[in-house]
Design a protein around this ligand. Structure first.
Ligand code: CA
Ligand code: CA
Ligand code: CA
Length: 415
């Protein structure tokens, strides 16, 4: 269409030209112009045709261009695919090359093993030949064996029937054997019990036999002894009778003797008592004559004066240990005897049990003559209960029993 408007512009330009021609040539040129116009019209037509043709060609070219563009795109794609294919093939080629190398190696190995196999094949061939021969021999043998096998089959059938028969018999026998076994076991148990009983009885019998033999022997001995005893018994009976007689006679004489003995016994007791009394008297007289070492004699007593110093109770105990007692002054003569020792010493007099009631150590009260110092006993401080000789003639004093001083023991010679 755009092309068409261009053509109209061209025509207006032609008209301007025709006006110029009209001015100059007016008439003559009208024909020229007419022809020109016709030519131009023809040319325009020709041009239109050409334009149309060109338009067609342009369309064709456009179509071709589109087609070519499409083809180019297809080719580009194809080329890309080919490029990819090429790379794939390249990779495959490398792989194949490696494979080929591996196969080459394998082939070499196979060649070597093929050679070995050839050798082996030859050996096998020889073996085969040998085996073929052997096979033939074996075939022959097999045929013979077949024949014998047939015979054996026949025999086997016979044996099978025998076997069946025997199996039945065996089963019956097995049952019977089991029963027998059971009864055998019972019998074994019984036998063992009997054996044990037998052994026990055998031992008992042996023991009894021994015992019987011993008893027999001892019975014989006893018989002998019994005979001996019988004879001794007879002898003894006779002796007993004799002795009984004798005993009766002796009994009578014994009674007489008993009477005599009792008389003698009583006389013996009398004499013994008399002798003991005399002995005591002798002992007493002996003592009266002498006191022990360290003791002094006066009248019928022995006196001991200590050199140590102890309390009144200790001195009383010491005299008792010597079989004596603290001195008891029974008379002026005894006091006079004691004066000569001229020593402060404990005597056996105290009022410890009952204040003011003087008692000698033998429990007797002070009843005879007393020889107190002037002003004594004073029970000084209410505490003086034991009596001392002051060392001055005829001067007794009461003092503390816990004072420590000498003491005088007296041992009376008794009859
Ligand atoms: Ca006396
Ligand atoms: Ca007193
Ligand atoms: Ca006094």
């Amino acid at each position: 269409m755009a092309g068409h408007s261009d053509t109209e512009l061209d025509i207006s330009q032609l008209c301007e030209c025709a006006d110029i021609i009209v001015v100059s040539n007016h008439q003559s040129e009208t024909q020229n112009l007419q022809s020109d116009y016709e030519n131009l019209t023809a040319a325009q037509k020709q041009l239109q045709t050409n334009y149309k043709n060109l338009t067609k060609v342009g369309d064709l070219l456009q179509t071709s261009y589109d087609t070519l563009t499409k083809e180019r795109d297809a080719l580009t794609q194809e080329r890309n695919q080919l490029q990819g294919n090429y790379e794939t093939l390249r990779t495959e080629l490398d792989a194949l090359t490696k494979e080929r190398d591996a196969l080459t190696k394998e082939r070499d190995q196979l060649k070597a093993s093929s050679n070995n196999l050839m050798t082996e094949k030859d050996q096998l061939q020889s073996h085969y030949d040998t085996l073929t021969k052997e096979r033939d021999a074996l075939t022959k043998e097999r045929d013979q064996l077949k024949a014998s096998s047939n015979n054996l089959m026949t025999e086997k059938d016979q044996l099978q029937s025998h076997y069946d028969t025997l199996t039945k018999e065996r089963d019956a026998l097995t049952k019977e054997r089991d029963q027998l076994k059971a009864s055998s076991n019972n019998l074994m148990t019984e036998k063992d019990q009997l054996q044990t009983s037998y052994d026990t009885l055998t031992k008992e019998r042996d023991a009894l036999t021994k015992e019987r033999d011993q008893l027999k022997a001892s019975s014989n001995n006893l018989m002998t002894e019994k005979d001996q005893l019988q004879s001794r018994y007879d002898t003894l009976t006779k002796e007993r009778d004799t002795l009984t007689k004798e005993r009766d006679q002796l009994k009578a004489s014994s009674n007489n003797l008993m009477t005599e003995k009792n008389q003698l016994q009583s006389r013996y007791y009398t004499v013994s008592a008399r002798r003991d009394a005399l002995q005591l008297e002798v002992d007493r007289l002996k003592l009266v004559q002498n006191c022990p070492q360290g003791w002094e004699k006066f009248g019928c007593s022995c006196y001991y004066v200590s050199s140590a110093s102890i309390t009144w109770s200790e001195s009383r105990e010491d005299c008792a240990n010597k079989g004596a007692h603290l001195v008891i002054i029974n008379s002026r003569e005894e006091q006079a005897f004691l004066n000569k020792f001229a020593v402060r010493a404990w005597i056996g007099l105290s009022d410890r049990e009952d204040e003011g009631k003087w008692k000698w150590v033998d429990g007797s009260p002070l009843v005879g003559e007393a020889f107190w110092r002037k002003g004594e006993p004073n029970d000084h401080s209410g505490n003086e209960d034991c009596v001392e000789l002051t060392g001055v003639e005829y001067q007794w004093n009461d003092i503390l029993c816990t004072q420590r001083q000498s003491w005088i023991c007296e041992n009376v010679i008794t009859n």
